[in-house]
Write a protein that binds this ligand. Structure first.
Ligand code: PMP
Length: 369
């Protein structure tokens, strides 16, 4: 019997965490609706930008200067008020590391983006998860009430992944007025381009970071712009706050290819916005169809819908799986279905309707309207 090797000591709070798990990959004839990706193929102009990008034997520009200048001009801020990183998840981690240490508390809504709890654990801070309301929205008064003198950082996710609702402009204004200016507030707007609710907060359009320099707004090229595989996202905020993120960033992790593809995507924005409109139309059809079948789908403002399936979640995910629909289940809670290819919408609606007919009566109160 080979004996167990002696392994290096790992911090217990890290050893206790599960490593990141990706949404399941799809087989040849299945639809992958598990990672909130953009179902459209890259634009030819984006592929051309990749092809003619700087040769890969050279390091990229560490400051992503061209993209920062482009975004700064677009949003009317200084280039130092823009920070570009290898996905907006990198910026979340940088800001958590820059603000939070053992003894601090990092507040977020729950259920929300799965990366949030580990943002607190990694620097040894304490995660404080504030439950969503019954209609799957952020409970901002409860989040403000959870602030203590140990709070270092609060994340507000709008639209909320995985449940879908937005935070309104007035809700956010009331919230930010109640939070001490020494606490960093990250407004995670990864799905902003899919939002159609006019009441929704838009941290960039309202330049909220000017009146409140403790707010940093996050955006990404992964979703609406379809560059998830290239890893590129950005933050807009006060230059000195973003300097802290730049200080802890791993240098040179934004590739020249990602920067060139992002610039080409901004050049092709009208075309990409057309695709976003198609995704939004599918999303609305999906949400309406699911509600008509009896599902209590919360407001869906991202590129995904949420089925509150409770105890039947894993069973229902299995039924989708067998029908060639790979979705993202959260055991005991619900499942998130990304808006994918045009043909996937009717398939999702068909399975969701048949599953609902087979649900045990005893549990239908949770899953149904
Ligand atoms: N924030 C939220 C709410 C997300 O859902 C995601 C991706 N799933 C991200 C941030 C990270 O996106 P990326 O790192 O690809 O920019």
């Amino acid at each position: 019997m080979p004996s167990e090797p002696v392994l290096p000591r790992i911090r217990p709070e890290i050893a206790a965490l599960p490593p990141y798990r990706q949404g399941k990959q799809a087989g040849a004839d299945a639809f992958k609706l598990s990672s909130n990706e953009n179902p459209f193929d890259p634009l030819p102009s984006v592929l051309e930008a990749l092809r003619s990008s700087t040769s890969v034997n050279r390091y990229p520009d560490a400051s992503a200067g061209r993209l920062r200048a482009r975004l700064a001009a677009r949003y009317g801020v200084q280039p130092d008020g823009v920070h570009v990183a290898a996905g907006s998840v990198s910026i979340l981690q940088q800001l958590a590391l820059a603000t939070s240490a053992p003894g601090n508390e990092l507040i977020y809504a729950w259920r929300s983006f799965e990366a949030y709890p580990s943002l607190a654990f990694v620097p040894g801070a304490t995660p404080v998860a504030v439950p969503l309301t019954d209609d799957a929205r952020h409970d901002l008064p409860a989040m403000a009430a959870a602030v203590t003198d140990r709070t270092s950082c609060i994340i507000v996710c709008t639209p909320n992944n995985p449940t879908g609702p937005i935070v309104t402009q007035s809700e956010f204004e009331e919230f930010i007025a109640a939070v001490p200016p020494t606490v960093l507030v990250i407004l995670d707007e990864a799905y902003a381009e899919f939002v159609t609710d006019p009441e929704a907060v838009d941290g960039i359009a309202t330049s909220i970071f000017e009146a409140h320099p403790n707010v940093v707004v996050l955006r990404t090229f992964s979703k609406a712009f379809g560059l998830a595989g290239l890893r590129i996202g950005y933050a807009i905020g006060h230059p000195r706050v973003l300097d802290a993120a730049r200080t802890v960033a791993i240098p040179l992790s934004v590739t020249a290819q990602a920067e060139d593809a992002a610039l080409a995507s901004l050049d092709a924005e009208d075309e990409l916005r057309g695709r976003v409109a198609a995704i939004v139309e599918r999303r609305d059809r999906l949400a309406a169809g699911l509600r008509a079948a009896g599902w209590r789908v919360p407001e869906a403002q991202g590129n995904f819908v949420w089925l509150p399936a409770g105890d039947e979640t894993m069973e229902i995910a299995q039924a989708f799986d067998e029908a060639g629909l790979i979705v993202r289940p959260f055991a005991g809670d619900g499942l998130r279905i990304s808006v994918g290819e045009h043909e996937s919408v009717d398939r999702v609606l068909g399975i969701a309707a048949s599953v609902v007919r087979n649900l045990p009566q005893a549990h239908s109160g949770r899953a149904l309207a």
